[in-house]
Structures are given as C-alpha cells and as structure tokens.
Design a protein around this ligand. Structure first.
Ligand code: HH2
Length: 279
C-alpha cells in the first residue's frame, strides 16, 4: 500500500492525517449556506482556512444536502472559477466538489488538482473528464441522489454494499487508465444512510479494506452528529471532532472539515498520544 496520493501539481504524503477545509460558494449549504456565497467572501474564507492549517481546500458550487435544488453548469462555474483562480498559487491542492463532467473539465483547465465527486464518477462523461489528467480523485458512496436520498435508505448489509460499490468504481476508473495512486475513497456519511447506518459504517471503517486505497471522511457538522448532541450545525464542532478522531483511529487519512483550527489542535493531541512523542 502506497502512502502517497497523486493530486495534480502535488503529491500528498499520508504519513500524517490531512485536513481538507470546506469552501462552499453556495447560498444553501446545510451548515454554512450563504456564509461565503459570493466569490470574494469565499476567497477570504479559503485564505482563513489556509492560515488555520488546511492541507487541501475543497471548493463547492452546489449543495448536496438532502433536498437540495440542482444548479446549472453556468451558475456552478460562475461560483467556483473565481475562487480557483484566486487560490491557484496558495501552496496547497485545490479540490473541486462536483459531479458534472463539464464542471470537472473547466475546473481542471483553471488549475484544480483534485475532483471530489459525491456520485463516484458515475455521471455519463465523468470518467472521460478526469482520466487523462493527473488530478486526485475522491470517489464517494451515495445511495440514490441528494433530492431524495434520505427518504428511505435501504441496505441488506450497508458495510458490504459500500465496500463493493467503492471497489467497483475504483476498478472502473483504473480501467479508464487512471493510476491507482490518484484515488481516495469515501464512505459518504449522510448520503443515503440512516443515523444508525452512518455510525455502523464509522465504527467498522477499520474493517472495510478496499484494496488499500486511502480513506477520506466527511462527518463535519452533519445531522448524524446533530442527532446525538441535539444542536444546530454551528454547535456541532466538538461532536464532529470526536467523530473525526474515531475515524482516524480506524484508518482514515483525510478529514473533510468546516472547522479547521479546532480540528488541527485535536489531531495534534491525538497524534501525540499515538506516537508517544510529546517533544
Ligand atoms: N459531504 C458534503 C459535500 N461533499 N464530499 C465528500 N467526499 N464527502 C462528504 O462527506 C461530503 C462531500 C456535504 O457537506 P457540505 O459541503 O458542508 O454541505 P453541502 O453539500 O450542503 O454544501
């Protein structure tokens, strides 16, 4: 198993946990919708996350929260391209959270290093849009689609089905000519899963070996956290960090988070405990 991920202009070293800071250029994201909806404030937010210690920035122009309305290619690009252009030389890889092949191509042309696709590159044309480039690829599991995915998620064996799906998608990417070192996998917490299924997946993450591919996990402020702590998204930071550390303990490599500064501190303490080196 390799400990690096090829990610556009970068090679990510997975020798320590990496933090992907979330930059939602959207009016309707579940946790920070409208907080950075115009590109200028999104760029300020991206710079903030960078100064807090983000290792990767994940720029999104369309919410995928349950029930979210679709966004046109034109509007999605108008939201994300100015942010990519402004942050292109910021020193960390830029990921773009999209499932539309046209947006993938334009984002890569503009200098993005990674494509994060909640559909796992299943849309027609998505494999072709990314195969020939050198970008990193985050392949996420989702049952159904955002508009309806939380209405009635159904699995015989959620752990086995998520594993089989991710393996099949990784194989499809590699069959399209993608180097395996470009791929990271994500179980897709909250995407077509009940609270119980989400916690089962997290608890058993360490057992779900998909041929040694690295894990990216996104738990930050999600409703599975709100369900336990009884708070709205901004009040879910401590709960999100607890879940993130549980993920690290089970082999996660990259944490997709809103609250970079707080998570950086928590990960530092966790690493000190794990390594026994407090110098
Ligand atoms: N979660 C969200 C969006 N994109 N991508 C990956 N790989 N993994 C995730 O868990 C994930 C994701 C949802 O969070 P957020 O971006 O904060 O909200 P919204 O989709 O409403 O913009």
């Amino acid at each position: 198993m390799s400990n690096t991920v090829l990610c556009g202009r970068f090679e990510l070293d997975l020798g320590r946990p990496l933090l992907m800071g979330i930059v939602n250029v959207t009016p309707d994201s579940f946790s920070d919708g409208n907080a950075h909806a115009d590109p200028d404030s999104a760029v300020r937010h991206a710079r903030d996350l960078l100064s807090q210690g983000a290792d990767i920035l994940d720029i999104g122009g369309e919410s995928t929260r349950p029930g979210a309305d679709p966004v046109s290619i034109h509007d999605e690009l108008a939201r994300i391209l100015p942010v990519i252009e402004a942050m292109r030389d910021c020193g960390v890889p830029l990921s773009v959270d999209t499932f539309k092949p046209e947006v993938m191509r334009a984002a890569l042309d503009a200098g993005a290093d990674m494509i994060n696709d909640v559909y796992g590159f299943r849309q027609p044309g998505a494999l072709d849009a990314v195969a020939a480039s050198r970008c990193g690829l985050c392949v996420m599991h989702m049952q159904g689609e955002p508009k309806t995915m939380q209405q009635a998620p159904q699995y015989g064996d959620v752990v086995g089905e998520v594993r089989a799906f991710l393996l099949a998608r990784a194989q499809a990417l590699m069959a399209s000519g993608v180097d395996r070192h470009r791929i990271v996998l994500d179980p897709g917490f909250g995407f077509g899963k009940t609270v119980e299924q989400n916690y089962l997946l997290l608890r058993r993450l360490g057992e779900i070996d998909v041929e040694g591919f690295p894990w990216l996990i996104g738990l930050s402020r999600k409703s599975m956290i709100g369900h336990i702590v009884g708070r709205e998204p901004p009040g879910r930071v401590a709960g999100s960090i607890a879940a993130a550390l549980a993920g690290l303990a089970r082999g996660a490599n990259i944490l997709r988070v809103h609250d970079v500064a707080a998570t950086v501190d928590a990960v530092k303490v966790w690493r000190t405990i794990e390594s026994g080196d407090s110098r």
